[in-house]
Design a protein around this ligand. Structure first.
Ligand code: NAD
Length: 355
């Protein structure tokens, strides 16, 4: 029996519905394994702008810092598209990652055999399924580098800058991940053009000396994008910078089918992580009991495994999701002929019953 404190950030749009779905499944885990999960719900995103005048209230940061881990739905929506940049929902997201020191983002892009038809790639490319882990640096690089604009508005610039420490720590996360998988790591950069990329490459090479079992290769980002679409099965773990990782992780998600299926973990130097689906707040289907809760449920499973060390419990969730899919239940986004269509609540209930 173990006890954990979890901060819940439902956020906006479908956020509250998918978080409720994940809690239904965590309830089943509590019962089956005799654990205790204590929840604290906090505001972030548009809902926080409405209530507190900022997308990331200090209280939210404090409560997250006091928790063992954070489970996030999604933030943002058309209602807040025109608020000042300093309080935008996305600013809140960058702010909480920084405040929690979450410098790595792990996105497994997995195509389950039951959902092979959901991939836009041809069967001959994706035939054997897909299982790629993209490790993206999350708190450095051009997103956080110096931003300038000429007073007369004739130029603007953003700075890509990485310290050795920043590259080393993300490289270690990636090598550790590769060690748990197929021991193949591809480091993606643009070293033929960018000095920061040449530095990235040298630093990753240095870290690789500590992981002789892992086969390390380097690839330019343009080629990596092409290879992901042409022969995704060659990849095991990919490590890359904030900007390249943003793009490649979306691409790897897209080739594995519905974004409603894919989880993510953001980790730092402590056990505390932030776990969230890769999709956004889907305002077009919010409040309609149509959202696929599986990405959030799988994110909760990653939290159990990576932050709490509850490996069997995480497996129980993965197995339950597989069984429900095997039985033909589908939310609208992954629906295909002959399957049984269910809503958000029903999908979460079916998975928890399976547990
Ligand atoms: P989105 O991911 O919210 O939606 C894209 C499409 O996918 C929509 O058609 C939506 O209905 C569908 N979709 C998304 N999640 C789904 C699910 N679980 N089940 C079924 N269908 C699902 O992306 P968007 O429309 O570009 O953005 C909407 C809002 O979300 C914006 O305000 C954006 O800034 C925000 N956003 C937030 C995050 C985050 O909180 N991490 C990430 C991306 C976008």
């Amino acid at each position: 029996m173990a006890e954990f404190n979890i901060a819940l950030i439902p956020g906006d749009g479908i956020g509250p519905e998918i978080i409720a779905g994940a809690v239904t499944v965590l309830d089943a885990i509590e019962k089956k394994f005799g654990h205790k999960f204590n929840y604290t719900e906090v505001d972030m995103g548009g809902v926080a702008i409405d209530k507190h005048g900022t997308s990331l209230p200090q209280e939210t940061i404090d409560k997250c810092l006091e928790s063992d881990s954070v489970l996030l739905g999604a933030v943002g929506g058309p209602k807040w598209d025109n608020v000042p940049a300093s309080i935008r929902p996305e600013t809140g997201l960058l702010g909480i990652r920084k405040a929690l020191g979450l410098y790595s983002n792990l996105r497994p892009a997995i195509l389950k055999p039951q959902l092979k038809d959901a991939s836009p790639l041809k069967d001959r490319i994706i035939g054997n399924g897909l299982n790629v882990m993209v490790v993206r640096e999350l708190t450095g690089g051009i997103y956080f580098g110096e931003k300038r604009r000429a007073e007369d508005n004739t130029w603007a610039s953003d700075l890509e800058k990485y310290s050795a420490e920043e590259v080393e720590r993300i490289a270690r996360v990636a090598f550790e991940s590769a060690m748990l998988r197929n021991k193949k790591l591809t480091s993606v950069d643009k070293a033929n053009v960018l000095e920061s990329s040449r530095f990235w490459r040298e630093t990753v090479e240095k870290v690789s000396k500590d992981y002789p079992q892992v086969e390390l290769t380097h690839m330019y980002v343009d080629n990596a994008a092409m290879q992901l679409a042409l022969r995704p099965s060659q990849f095991d773990v990919i490590v890359t910078s904030n900007l390249f990782g943003d793009i490649l992780s979306d691409l790897s998600s897209a080739i594995s089918g519905s974004i409603g299926m894919l989880p993510s973990a953001s980790l730092g130097a402590t056990k505390r992580g932030m776990y969230e689906p890769i999709h956004g707040s889907a305002p077009d289907i919010a409040g309609m009991d149509m959202a696929n809760p599986i990405a959030t449920i799988e994110s909760a499973a990653m939290m159990l495994e990576m932050s709490f060390g509850l490996v069997d419990e995480a497996k129980a969730i993965a197995n339950a999701v597989d069984k429900v899919l095997d039985k033909g239940y589908r939310t609208g986004d992954i629906m295909s002929e002959g399957m049984k269509k269910v809503g958000t609540k029903e999908m979460a209930k079916l998975i928890s019953e399976e547990i």
